[in-house]
Write a protein that binds this ligand. Structure first.
Ligand code: UD1
Ligand code: MG
Length: 447
């Protein structure tokens, strides 16, 4: 049986290089704050207790931790990574299982990697560290491995030339049985080049007790920590690439995947086709057999099986597009349901509406849903036919099978199967144009 698990997520750093009023870990990847990626990772890998460590200047991080039902711990002032983990000690009271230290600014670490770190503990190590081999080991802490055993971690500033030459470095992720971790942290001092309490010192301290420490190798791209907006854009790009690959493997076709952007919670079923330049904001589900044409933007929307969307469609929160329905170019839909096979093919705004099955909405139709104070509902019945360039002034009901004439302003309910004409009737004046031209030509020759 594997031990119980807990996670301590460090997010008390200042994030100065982001040049932002927002704490670093609140910045989003895939439309979700980086901290939430770490919390989610902790939960996915079985942590029953999760503690978010935040700083005095990042109270929003503490609040986000609470909103996600983690315990929180304030580290004030920040005196190093070891000190940050110690700040979580009270929140970890009574927990005897394995604890992992994660970070609020590394959104790309996968569950498989975390599993490998925990597995090292299950297999008998007392401390397990996630290492990687970057192209440039820069100022990362160096992992000193002897005969397969991790002997110690040396911070770059404290390292000699021989140690600096080591290319295998510390990601920062470290796991140990919780009681041992806190016991070892109690022995850590700040006698080093930075004057900080280093989490990394627990490796040497464990070795001094004759305990086993190991380094697990991870992928450099996964452990990328975000420090600047440039790093944030790189993290976003990697995440998008990963998500596109996953979806294609699950049976989604993308003709130009590098131009399609997903949110963390986008759900796309198999046999959906996505053309180039499509953006998914949060909260979108697309069912099987649907095609999303180029340049469409979807957010908070459900697209049901076999529907046809775009090009240039905009689905806003609360759009629910029924199966085999069709939303064409320059059509915006908000808080509205379209029944099976209903159509709005061109240039429309449909907001706060229900559209019955097989209804057809002509080009240029607008639901006038807002009077400056409140939003009002439009109901379009099954099989209704809305003439082009109609203004449907809500609240209003168009009955099943009814027609509305083109160019109409519909302010009153229309009974089932009726025709509504909400426009001035046409007057033809015979010969008027010829008389007009003759008069104008005469005037021109005079002047
Ligand atoms: C740390 C590691 C280093 C590793 C590197 C990987 C130590 C001593 N060194 O170095 O071996 O290669 O990460 O990126 O651990 N934090 C707090 N409170 C603090 C200090 C830090 O919450 O008092 C958080 C920061 O928000 C940050 C993380 O811990 O997310 C790492 O801190 P940072 O100061 O960047 O450590 P490094 O010097 O980069
Ligand atoms: Mg750092």
């Amino acid at each position: 049986m594997t031990a119980k698990r807990a996670a301590i997520i460090l997010a008390a750093g200042l994030g100065t290089r982001m040049k932002s009023d927002l704490p670093k870990c609140m910045h989003g990847v895939g439309g979700r704050p980086m901290l939430e990626w770490s919390i989610d990772l902790a939960r996915k890998t079985g942590s029953e207790r999760v503690v978010t460590v935040y700083g005095k200047k990042s109270s929003q991080i503490g609040e986000l931790g609470e909103a996600n039902k983690t315990a929180t711990a304030l580290q004030d002032p920040p005196l190093g990574t070891g000190h940050a983990v110690q700040a979580a000690e009270a929140a970890m009271a009574g927990f005897k299982g394995h604890a992992i230290v994660l970070y609020g600014d590394t959104p790309l670490i996968t569950a498989e990697t975390v599993e490998k770190v925990f597995a090292a503990l299950d297999e008998g190590a007392s401390v397990a560290v996630l290492g990687f081999t970057p192209d440039d080991p820069g100022a990362y802490g160096r992992l000193i491995v002897k005969n397969g055993i991790l002997d110690r971690i040396v911070e770059f500033k404290d390292a000699n030339d021989e140690e600096r030459a080591v290319g295998f470095v510390n990601s920062g992720v470290l796991a140990a049985p919780a009681p041992l971790l806190f016991e070892l942290l109690g022995e850590v001092t700040n006698e080093n080049a930075n004057g900080e309490y280093y989490l990394t010192d627990v490796v040497g301290l464990a070795r001094a007790r004759g305990l086993k420490a190991v380094a697990v190798e991870g992928d450099a791209a996964e452990v990328l920590g975000v420090n600047s907006r440039v790093d944030l854009a790189e993290a976003e790009a990697s995440w998008q690439r990963r998500r596109r690959d996953e979806l294609m493997r699950e049976g989604v076709t993308m003709t130009a995947p590098e131009t399609v952007f997903f949110a963390h919670d986008t759900q796309i079923e198999r046999d959906v086709i996505i053309e180039p330049n499509v953006v998914f904001g949060p909260g979108v589900t697309v069912e099987s057999g649907t095609i999303i044409h180029a340049f469409s933007h979807l957010e908070g929307a459900v697209v049901r099986a076999g529907a046809d969307i775009g090009p240039y469609a905009r689905l806003r929160p609360g759009a629910d597009i029924g199966s085999k329905a069709r939303i064409g170019n320059f059509v915006e839909v908000k808080k509205s349901t379209f029944g099976e096979g209903a159509k709005a093919n061109h240039l429309s705004y449909i907001g706060d509406a229900t559209v019955g099955a097989k209804a057809n909405i002509g080009a240029g139709t607008i639901t006038c849903n807002y009077d400056g104070y409140g939003k009002h509902q439009t109901h379009i019945g099954q099989g209704a036919f809305i003439g082009s360039n109609s203004s449907l002034v809500a609240p209003v009901k168009i009955g099943d099978g009814a027609y509305t004439g083109s160019g109409g302003v519909v302010t009153e309910d229309v009974p089932d199967n009726a025709l509504a004409l909400g426009r001035a009737s046409q007057v033809n004046k015979d010969g008027w144009a010829a008389r007009f031209r003759a008069a104008m030509e005469k005037r021109k020759t005079k002047s």
